[in-house]
Design a protein around this ligand. Structure first.
Ligand SMILES: *Cc1c(COP(=O)(O)O)cnc(C)c1O
Length: 383
């Protein structure tokens, strides 16, 4: 029986979310743009989902735009916000630990005449506010820094970073795909102008996401078509997906406080047990409050994560080396490298991410398998 410990890569759709979605594949099939009753019902369902996502973020429903996922939201935010503000300037700031949906979009924008500054991070993966302050220029139009990192779970000091960006008149976008639904996130308290989230990282369906855009923020449309999503992203709405994302957002809001406490405890107990019982085992990233509740990223000196992952898979544990998107590639994680780890260190990291269905005894069993696997790999390499 396999044990899933890779909730940062994706989460299963919650059964309650599936139940909420099902009617919208069958009797609730109407086009939300139609005026007759079939359409009015689905329009209502989309509106309700928009309100649920807005509540999760402390936003207004009309600031929520449904997309096909985190990657689309990130692409739209970077391209749409920079294009809409290009008259003011053509300089963008982001960080070295962003997801590739942000980093590769920034690279594309470079080819379109934008200048991009990629901020370094400290040993825990944090962006220093002094570095942001130094990077900002009169022609900086956009700053994009993630809320929490997908590999090491480091939570960025967004409020402070937003204030610094705003002092220089730049728009602030955050990739909150790992944070939304997992830790408190209020766009007004933080002052954020745009925020990306993804359905499948918070027990919603895959292929669904949101870009929050603060009222009054200029952004260029993503899809030209009918007037859907306030004319900014045309196309008939993915009604079942949107309903599922709304239900997932509402569940996340209800369960957040309890899940945070539960997962923080599981995480910290596991980390201290692993570090004290396995020789030369180190935690990557921040300890305690500065870290996402479900994230455990450890490295084991002299043990390559590839060989460890294979052994753990044979034992039935689904864990990850670095990010799922770069798994299979021999390159060390760009996040761990940016945090100052050597290639060898970065290639000995294993990420375990906990979720809503993780049980304490699963982690207990996993620890003994991990201890055994690390021991065996080290013995084999001594020969
Ligand atoms: C998963 C992820 C994305 C991409 O989201 P998709 O919905 O899979 O496109 C973007 N950013 C971060 C931080 C992620 O973890």
């Amino acid at each position: 029986m396999a044990v899933y410990l890779d909730y940062a890569a994706t989460t299963p759709t919650d059964p309650k979310v599936v139940q909420a979605m099902l009617p919208y594949f069958t009797e609730g099939f109407g086009n939300p743009s139609s005026v007759y009753s079939f359409g009015r019902e689905t329009k209502q369902a989309v509106l309700k989902a928009r309100e649920e996502v807005a509540l999760l973020l402390g936003a207004a429903p009309e600031e929520i735009f449904f997309t096909s996922g985190g990657s689309e939201s990130d692409n739209w935010a970077l391209c749409g916000l920079s294009a809409a503000n290009a008259e003011k300037g053509r300089h963008i700031v982001t960080s070295a630990v962003e997801h590739h949906a942000v980093l590769n979009t920034a690279e594309y924008l470079r080819t379109q005449g934008f200048e991009v500054t990629v901020l370094p991070v400290d040993g825990k993966g944090l962006v220093r506010s002094s570095d942001l302050r130094k990077a900002l220029r009169d022609d900086t139009v956009l700053v994009s820094i993630m809320a929490a990192n997908n590999e090491v779970g480091t939570i960025q000091p967004l409020k402070e970073l937003v204030e610094i960006a705003h002092e220089r008149g730049a728009v602030f976008h955050t990739d909150a795909v790992q944070a939304a639904g997992h830790i408190p996130l209020n766009v007004n308290e933080l002052g954020i102008d745009a925020l990306s989230l993804s359905g499948h990282k918070l027990y919603g369906p895959k292929g669904t996401g949101v870009l929050y855009v603060r009222k009054g923020t200029l952004i260029v449309p993503l899809v030209y078509g009918g007037g859907q999503e306030r004319g900014l992203r045309g196309g008939t709405e993915n009604v079942p997906g949107i309903v599922g994302l709304g239900a997932a957002a509402s569940m996340a809001r209800e369960e957040m406080e309890g899940e945070m406490k539960r997962q923080n405890k599981l995480r910290d107990k596991f980390i201290s047990a692993a570090v004290s019982s396995i020789e030369d085992c180190h935690l990557n990233g921040a300890a305690g409050e500065g870290r996402l509740p479900g994230n455990i990223n450890l490295r084991f000196d002299g043990v390559s994560s590839d060989s460890l992952l294979i052994r753990l898979d044979i034992e039935g544990y689904a864990v990850s080396a670095g990010s799922a998107c770069s798994a299979g590639a021999v390159e060390p994680s760009h996040v761990l490298s940016a945090m100052g780890l050597s290639d060898t260190e970065a290639k000995s990291a294993v990420r375990v991410t906990l979720g809503r269905y993780t049980k304490e005894d699963e982690l207990h069993d996993y620890l003994s398998i991990l201890q055994k696997s690390v021991r065996e790999i080290r013995l084999a390499s001594i020969g």
